[in-house]
Design a protein around this ligand. Structure first.
Ligand code: GDP
Ligand code: IMO
Ligand code: MG
Length: 423
C-alpha cells in the first residue's frame, strides 16, 4: 500500500478505526493528524473490542509505528490512561508510539471552558463532546497553548501551566463556575510526565525519514468531512480541519509524498450532537436503523441520529477530499429493510438542487429527493467477497459509488476485522 490518507466522509463514526486497522496490515506507520479524544475509533479483533481515542488505530498490529502528529490536541491524562489500558490488555505501546513536540496539550480548564461555552449558547449549543477540544485549539491560534515539547522541561511547563490555569480560573470565578484545583491538576500532570516525555520527539523528522526509507504511512483522520471547521455545517462542527488537506499540515509530510485518499462512509448516515442533517429520519425507520446499527457514540455514549445515505453531501465530500478509494461500511445494518432510499437532490423553496445550498442555514430547510432501491432482505455479515453479496446489494453499492463519483474499494459487513473485503 502506498502512503495514504483515510478520512470520514459524513459526520464521523463511519467506521474509520475499523478500516484503519484492516489497512494497517500493509503499512509501517499510522499517523493521527487532527482532533483529540473527542474521537472514538472502534476496532474489533475476534471477541475483543477496543475503543481508541488518541492512540492511532494501527496500534493493535505489532510492528506498526504510531504517531500523534502536531495537528492533534492531546489530553496528557487521558492519553496516559489509554496507554495503561492497552498495556493491561497485553499490548506493548510505548516502544511504538511517538508524540509530536508540537502537539497542543488539553487540560481540565479547557474541558470546563467547553462546558461553559455550551451553557452560554443555551439552545444554540453545538452538542460538543465536552473534551475541551475547541478551547484547546483556540489557545493554539491565540498562541498561548502548551505544547507536548514542554513536557521535556517541567519547571518551565509548570510556570506556563499555572499562568494559563489562573487565566481560566478567573473567568470561571466570574461566571460562578467551579474553578480548577491547580495544585492537584499539576500533580496529576507531573505523575504522567515520566511516562509521556520519552515519547515526545520531532515527528516531522521521524515521518519524513520513514517515507525516505520507503516505509508506508497511513494518515488516520478523526471526525468527518461535515464536521470540518471550514467545510462542514458551521458552526455545528468540530474545531479542526478533518479533511485530507489537514493530513499534511497536521503531520509535516508534504502533499507530494501522498498517493491515495481513502474515504469512509456508512451505507446510511448518522450524526451525534446538534446541527443540520438533511436526511435525518424521525420515524420508526430511523429508530430501527439506530437499533440495528447500535448507534451510540463511542466517546460519550449519546444516541446517534440516523438517516438515509445522502449522495449529494457525500459526493461533495468525496470531491473535496479527492477520494480515489471508497470504503462503504455497515452494509449489514440495511439487511432487513425492504426499501432503501438514497438522497440524490434537494428541493429548496420550489427549486431542485443537485449540489449543496450556498448558505449552511439553508441545509436544515431542504427537502431530500430520494431514489428508492429494493432491499436484498438477506444476511450479508458472513460474506467474505464481492461475489458472495446478494445481487441487489451489489447494485446498491455500485449505485452509491457512481452517485458520489468515487471508485469502490472496500466493503465492510460487520464490526470485526475479518468482516471486510476488497472489491
Ligand atoms: P469511527 O469513529 O469512524 O472509527 O467509528 P466508530 O467506532 O465511532 O463507530 C463505528 C461503529 O460501527 C463501531 O461500533 C464499529 O464496531 C461498528 N462497525 C464498523 N464497521 C461495521 C460494519 O460494517 N457493520 C456493523 N454492523 N458495525 C460496524
Ligand atoms: P470520530 O473520530 C462523531 C461532534 C460532536 C459535536 C461536534 C463538536 O469518532 O468519528 P467537539 O467535542 O469536537 O467540539 O464537538 O463534533 N464530534 C463527533 N461526532 N464522531 C466524532 O469523532 C466526533 N468528534 C466530535 O458530537 O457535534
Ligand atoms: Mg467514532
Amino acid at each position: 500500500m502506498a502512503n495514504s490518507i483515510l478520512v470520514g466522509l459524513q459526520w464521523g463514526d463511519e467506521g474509520k478505526g475499523k478500516i484503519i486497522d484492516v489497512l494497517t496490515e500493509n503499512v509501517d506507520m499510522v499517523v493521527r493528524f487532527q482532533g483529540g479524544n473527542n474521537a472514538g475509533h472502534t476496532v474489533e479483533v475476534g471477541d475483543e473490542k477496543f475503543v481508541l481515542h488518541l492512540i492511532p488505530s494501527g496500534i493493535l498490529h505489532a510492528g506498526c509505528q504510531c504517531v500523534i502528529g502536531n495537528g492533534v490536541v492531546v489530553n496528557p491524562l487521558t492519553l496516559a490512561q489509554e496507554i495503561a489500558d492497552l498495556e493491561a490488555r497485553g499490548y506493548e505501546v510505548v516502544d511504538r508510539l511517538r508524540i509530536s513536540s508540537r502537539a497542543q496539550l488539553v487540560f481540565s480548564y479547557h474541558c470546563v471552558m467547553d462546558g461553559l461555552f455550551e451553557h452560554k449558547l443555551g439552545e444554540n449549543k453545538i452538542g460538543t463532546t465536552k473534551r475541551g477540544i475547541g478551547p484547546a485549539y483556540a489557545d493554539k491560534v491565540n498562541r498561548v497553548g502548551i505544547r507536548a515539547g514542554e513536557l521535556l522541561n517541567l519547571p518551565r511547563m509548570e510556570h506556563h501551566f499555572r499562568t494559563q490555569a489562573k487565566f481560566y480560573n478567573d473567568i470561571f470565578a466570574e461566571a460562578s463556575v467551579p474553578t480548577v484545583d491547580i495544585d492537584s491538576e499539576w500533580a496529576s500532570i507531573k505523575g504522567v510526565a515520566d511516562k509521556l516525555a520519552p515519547l515526545v520527539e520531532d515527528t516531522v523528522l521521524s515521518i519524513n525519514q520513514a517515507v525516505g526509507q520507503g516505509l508506508k504511512v497511513l494518515f488516520e483522520g478523526a471526525q468527518g468531512m461535515w464536521l470540518d471547521v471550514d467545510f462542514g455545517t458551521y458552526p455545528y462542527v468540530t474545531s479542526s480541519n478533518t479533511t485530507a488537506g489537514a493530513a499534511c499540515t497536521g503531520s509535516g509530510l508534504a502533499p507530494s509524498r501522498i498517493e491515495h485518499v481513502v474515504g469512509v462512509a456508512k451505507a446510511y448516515c448518522t450524526r451525534v450532537g446538534e446541527g443540520p442533517f438533511m436526511t435525518e429520519l424521525h420515524d420508526e425507520e430511523g429508530k430501527r436503523m439506530a437499533s440495528l446499527g447500535n448507534e451510540f457514540g463511542a466517546t460519550t455514549g449519546r444516541p446517534r441520529r440516523c438517516g438515509w445515505f445522502d449522495a449529494v453531501a457525500t459526493r461533495y465530500s468525496a470531491m473535496l477530499n479527492g477520494v480515489d478509494q471508497l470504503a462503504l461500511t455497515k452494509l449489514d445494518v440495511l439487511d432487513d429493510f425492504e426499501t432503501i432510499k438514497v438522497c440524490v437532490a434537494y428541493d429548496l423553496d420550489g427549486r431542485r438542487l443537485s449540489e449543496m445550498p450556498i448558505a449552511v442555514a439553508d441545509y436544515a430547510r431542504v427537502n431530500p429527493v430520494y431514489r428508492e432501491f429494493p432491499g436484498w432482505c438477506q444476511k450479508t455479515s458472513d460474506a467474505t467477497c464481492w461475489e458472495e453479496l446478494p445481487e441487489r446489494c451489489r447494485e446498491y453499492l455500485q449505485a452509491l459509488s457512481g452517485l458520489i463519483e468515487a471508485p469502490l474499494k472496500i466493503v465492510s459487513v460487520g464490526p470485526r476485522r475479518d468482516q471486510t473485503f476488497f472489491v
